[in-house]
Design a protein around this ligand. Structure first.
Ligand SMILES: NC(=O)C1=CN([C@@H]2O[C@H](COP(=O)(O)OP(=O)(O)OC[C@H]3O[C@@H](n4cnc5c(N)ncnc54)[C@H](O)[C@@H]3O)[C@@H](O)[C@H]2O)C=CC1
Ligand SMILES: O=C(O)C(=O)Cc1ccc(O)cc1
Length: 365
């Protein structure tokens, strides 16, 4: 592929991660970024990710082949108007926002359909900012692309290639399909996590007994309540229609389960839990598109100082790269295990063989 100039408007977790991934694969590309706060730009210049930084959205972006809008959804929408007169028709504008219908509507109203291709990486975390960005964040995750009726097929093909270059897996959807699916699998779960945490917060005793006792299950399902309030305010309002539909359906299912509990209907409860368990267990855990880490092992930890360092050293000295490492306590591993996440399946197999040789007990899921 020929050299390209790629612009980023917003260089936080997602903008920064895409920029870092493209830099790794394409050292020849020219990357330009605008960010509201200067610190991310300084960091991205000094680590070599971007070639040019700007405090204002100006004519520097006119040279871009692609511009990624990576701010909260409503801010991305506001930015379109500015770019309309600033950049030529040949530049493709794309976004990474979690809601697609409202930005597509704005694109239509502004007559920008021929130069816009929507996008949404199905990867991320509760963290924010460039400091949390990594060149591997999108690896193996689906990246939804939503072309317009007037998107140029050659540009869509280039967009698919850029997505593939980040390590993600492109998939094309229309924006309504996208917004209904993400309302159920992402937006409602975030609303549930935030409301559950607030329920416990307001029910807790003065001494904070609930906060102290909250264990693995609560923490697992509420991790995402640590996400950015700015970002989630924007997502909920931009996907209002679809989100309200799934919230209503969820309220109805809470009513069903309340009734079964009230009426001592063990059979109903059992069936409800069993159906949910079967569906959850059938979800691909080690496949492309999973937001959950794909390549991981669990190692029983010997209770002595330096235990983690010893394992990390064994792996590093055998050139096995670790993506993430940490101690996990939950119902499945009550004693606590060391969870090690790798970049690929090959590393899982090598690490399992190697650590078994050193008599470590390994679990996989
Ligand atoms: N966090 C996640 O896991 C995922 C987020 N997204 C989408 O990516 C987009 C960016 O989110 P993150 O990178 O996670 O957030 P972030 O908080 O790490 O970065 C947001 C960026 O937008 C800038 N920004 C915020 N408000 C602004 C304003 N009013 N004017 C100018 N700049 C402003 C911030 O300076 C920052 O650079 C959002 O649209 C979100 O829906 C998509 C997939 C996953
Ligand atoms: O942290 C998680 O598990 C997420 O669910 C991250 C996330 C947040 C917003 C998106 O649009 C997509 C992914």
């Amino acid at each position: 592929m020929s050299d390209k100039t790629i612009g980023f408007i917003g260089l936080g977790l997602i903008g920064g991660s895409i920029a870092k991934a493209l830099r790794r694969v394409h050292p020849e590309y020219r990357l330009i970024a605008y960010n509201r706060s200067r610190s991310s730009l300084v960091e991205a210049m000094s680590d070599g990710t971007i070639n040019q930084a700007t405090d204002v959205i100006d004519a520097s972006f006119a040279e871009c082949d692609f511009i990624f809008l990576c701010m909260p959804v409503s801010v991305n929408i506001q930015c379109l108007k500015k770019l309309k007169d600033l950049v030529p028709d040949t530049c493709v504008i794309t976004d990474v926002g979690s809601v697609k219908s409202t930005i597509h509507e704005a694109v239509r109203e502004l007559g920008m359909e021929a130069r816009f291709i929507g996008g949404h990486p199905m990867a991320g975390s509760e963290k924010t900012g460039y400091t949390s960005a990594t060149d591997r964040l999108l690896e193996n995750a689906y990246y939804i692309i939503t072309p317009t009726a007037l998107s140029n097929p050659d540009k869509v093909a280039e967009m698919r290639q850029l997505v593939t270059d980040t390590g993600a897996v492109p998939i094309v959807l229309n924006c309504e399909e996208h917004d209904y699916a993400t309302a159920a699998i992402s937006h409602l779960p975030h609303v549930i996590a935030y409301t559950l945490v607030n329920l416990v917060r307001t029910s807790d005793s003065r001494e904070g007994l609930m906060r102290q006792l909250a264990a693995g299950g609560f923490k697992d399902i509420t991790r995402i309540a640590s996400s950015s309030p700015d970002m989630w305010e924007s997502i909920c309002l931009e996907n209002q229609g679809q989100l309200l539909k799934v919230i209503d359906a969820y309220k109805a299912s809470l009513e069903d389960i309340s009734e079964a509990i009230r009426e001592n209907r063990g059979d109903k409860l059992h069936c409800f839990f069993e159906e949910a368990k079967d569906y959850r267990d059938s979800m691909p855990m080690k496949m492309k598109g999973s937001i959950e880490p794909a390549y991981e092992i669990y190692v029983d930890l010997i209770d002595e100082s330096g235990a983690i360092a010893t394992i990390a050293t064994i792996l590093a000295s055998n050139r096995i790269s670790i993506k993430n490492i940490g101690i996990l306590h939950n119902r499945e591993f009550q004693e606590g295990v060391l969870r090690i996440e790798f970049y690929e399946q090959d590393a899982v197999e090598k690490a399992t063989a190697l650590l078994s040789k050193y008599s470590y007990i390994i679990h996989t899921r």
